[in-house]
Design a protein around this ligand. Structure first.
Ligand code: HEM
Ligand code: HEM
Length: 199
C-alpha cells in the first residue's frame, strides 16, 4: 500500500469488511448457542437463528447445541485463516496516512484502537480453538474431522474464561471503533469512512 495514497486499497477494504462481518456472525452464534438447553431433542433440519430465512439440512440428526457449536467452530477456524491473511497483508503493506485534519489525541486513540483490534481479532479465535481442542469433542470443519479432542478439563475451562473475557473487551473496542467512524462521518463530516468503503 502506498503511504502517500489517501485511500485504503480494494484488498484492504474487502479484507476489513469480510473479517468484520465474520466477527459479527461469530458473536451472534456464540451468544445464541450458549442459551440452547443441553437436553433439546435431535433434529436434521435447522432454521438458522429461527429467522425463517435459511434452513440447514443435515444428513444425520444432531442436537441443536451440537449443530450450533459445530457451526461456530467451523466458521471460526475459517475466519481465523482469513484473519491470518489480513494480518500478513497488513504487515507487508502500509496503510494510508491518517487524514491531516485529525487532532493529536484522535491519532493516538485511533492508532491504539486499531492495534488492539488486530490483537483481539487473533486472540478471540485462538482462545476458542485452544478451548475446543481441550474439550472431549475436538474440532470438526463443516462435518470433516479436523482436530481430535484432548479432554483436558482444566485447560478447557481456563480458555473458556479467556474466550469470554477477550470477547467482552473485544465488544467494547468494536463499539468504540464504530463510534469513532460515525463521529468522523456525522460530526467531523470528513472522508474517514469513505476511504474504507468500496465506492
Ligand atoms: C472471532 C472469532 C470468534 C468470536 C467472535 C467468538 C465468540 C464467542 C462468543 C461470544 C461465545 C459465547 C461466550 C459465552 O458467553 O459463553 C463463544 C463461545 C464459544 N466459542 Fe467462540 N468465538 C470465536 C471463535 C471461536 C473458535 C475459532 C472456536 C473453536 C474452534 C470457538 C469455540 C467456542 C466454543 C466451544 C464456545 C462455547 C463455550 C461453552 O459454552 O462451552 N470460538 N464464542
Ligand atoms: C468487528 C468489527 C471491526 C473490526 C475488528 C475492525 C478493525 C479495523 C482495523 C484493525 C482497522 C485499521 C486498519 C489499518 O489501518 O490497518 C480498521 C479501520 C477502519 N474501520 Fe474497522 N473494524 C470493524 C468494523 C468496522 C465498521 C462496522 C466500520 C464502519 C462503521 C468500520 C470502519 C473503519 C474505518 C472507516 C477504518 C479506517 C480508519 C482510517 O481511515 O484510518 N470498521 N478497522
Amino acid at each position: 500500500m502506498n503511504h502517500n495514497s489517501t485511500r485504503y486499497t480494494k484488498i484492504a477494504i474487502v479484507l476489513h469488511g469480510l473479517v468484520a462481518l465474520g466477527i459479527f456472525v461469530m458473536f451472534a452464534l456464540g451468544w445464541y448457542m450458549s442459551e440452547i438447553p443441553k437436553d433439546a431433542a435431535k433434529q436434521t433440519a435447522f432454521d438458522l437463528f429461527d429467522l425463517g430465512v435459511y434452513t440447514w439440512q443435515l444428513s444425520e440428526a444432531a442436537s441443536p447445541r451440537t449443530f450450533y457449536f459445530n457451526l461456530h467452530k467451523s466458521i471460526g477456524i475459517t475466519l481465523l485463516a482469513v484473519i491470518a491473511l489480513r494480518v500478513l497483508w497488513r504487515i507487508t503493506h502500509r496503510p494510508p496516512a491518517m487524514l491531516a485534519s485529525y487532532k493529536a489525541w484522535e491519532r493516538k486513540l485511533a492508532t491504539g484502537t486499531h492495534h488492539l483490534l488486530y490483537l483481539l481479532m487473533i486472540a478471540m479465535p485462538v482462545s476458542g480453538l485452544i478451548m475446543a481442542i481441550n474439550s472431549k469433542y475436538g474440532v470438526m470443519w463443516f462435518g470433516i474431522d479436523f482436530i481430535g479432542g484432548l479432554d483436558n478439563k482444566n485447560l478447557r475451562e481456563l480458555f473458556h474464561e479467556v474466550h469470554e473475557i477477550v470477547g467482552l473487551v473485544f465488544v467494547a473496542f468494536i463499539i468504540l471503533h464504530i463510534a469513532g467512524a460515525l463521529k468522523h462521518k456525522f460530526i467531523d463530516k470528513d472522508d474517514t469512512l469513505k476511504r474504507m468503503s468500496l465506492k
